[in-house]
Design a protein around this ligand. Structure first.
Ligand code: SF4
Length: 294
């Protein structure tokens, strides 16, 4: 079996696997067998947010259906009113569109798959939410001083990623997937996306620098939002390339090991929310009993 393209989610999954934070059977199913796992409720709201804002469909190509007050009865989205999270998603979708317009950011590409083949044949991919172009100078501020940090002139291409999250501001302070302006630079699991997509764009478009902006919108209310431009140290790119190569080697090793590769790493919560649970012989259904000394 050939190694699949290296994406940022695969890099994170294999890194989690190496540190026992992900189950090998799940990685095998998702990345080698192409099994699509069910999105969480928060992910479904995020998908609907992006569909409402940009008309983009999720990876499965199906038009997202919002949950309504009638959804439980199996009726269509035309009946009932939107539940609160979806109502917020629709309001936030309008706000992100208005925000892009306000900042003079024109959409020139949506949901594009970027693909680059490294010299050693490793295929690297990523699907961007937005490719934008500045139609006027874009001013970026230093969040600590409030002073202008940089100005991106008109006519520059920017890669954008839209996030819909319940972990914005204080709610996201301590979560590795949370968005708090004072802590976000210490969260590599979030920022790898900026490095990965700009790495791809630099190679594909032959540019030395590609600006990247996260557009982060709250799922908890229809007011909170944050736009984050990520200035990436160029020295991160060769390190990212090494990470890509290491990921490919790890993947190939597990594939070569056959039935001994991709070990199951059952945990009560992980298994409890796993789509493979029903037929998995390694699943954990009951907590292990641990000893403590007192
Ligand atoms: S049920 Fe548990 S052990 Fe089985 S694949 Fe899922 S996470 Fe892994």
């Amino acid at each position: 079996m050939d190694s699949p393209p290296i994406t940022q989610s695969l890099i994170k999954a294999l890194s989690d696997y190496a540190f026992d934070r992900e189950c090998g059977k799940r990685i095998e199913a998702q990345y080698l067998e192409g099994i699509e796992f069910s999105p969480s409720d928060a992910m479904l709201v995020g998908i609907y947010f992006e569909y409402s804002a940009f008309g983009t469909f999720p990876k499965n190509g199906k038009r997202p259906i919002p949950k309504t007050t009638k959804s439980k009865k199996g009726q269509s989205d035309k009946q009932g009113t939107l539940t609160k999270p979806y109502e917020i998603a629709v309001a936030q979708a309008e706000k992100i569109k208005a925000g892009l317009k306000h900042h003079g950011l024109k959409i020139i590409g949506k949901g594009e798959k970027l693909r680059h083949v490294m010299d050693d044949g490793t295929v690297v991919e990523g699907t961007t939410d937005l490719r934008l172009e500045t139609t006027k100078p874009l001013v970026i501020y230093n969040h600590e001083t409030g002073h202008v940090a940089k100005t991106i002139p008109a006519g520059v291409m920017i890669i954008g990623d839209a996030k819909s999250t319940g972990l914005l501001g204080d709610r996201g302070k301590w979560s590795e997937m949370g968005w708090h302006i004072d802590f976000v630079d210490q969260k590599p699991r979030l920022l790898i996306q900026a490095v990965h997509y700009t790495y791809l764009a630099r190679n594909i478009y032959g540019l030395d620098e590609v600006p990247f902006i996260f557009f982060v919108y709250s799922q908890s209310n229809d007011i909170s939002a944050m736009m984050l431009h990520v200035t990436i140290d160029p020295e991160r790119y060769p390190i990212h390339e090494e990470t890509i190569v290491t990921t490919r080697r790890l993947l190939e090793l597990e594939i070569r090991l056959g039935s001994d590769g991709f070990r199951a790493k059952p945990e009560l919560e992980r298994c409890g929310s796993c789509d493979l649970f029903a037929h998995c012989k390694d699943r954990m259904e009951y907590p292990k009993i641990f000893n403590i000394n007192y």
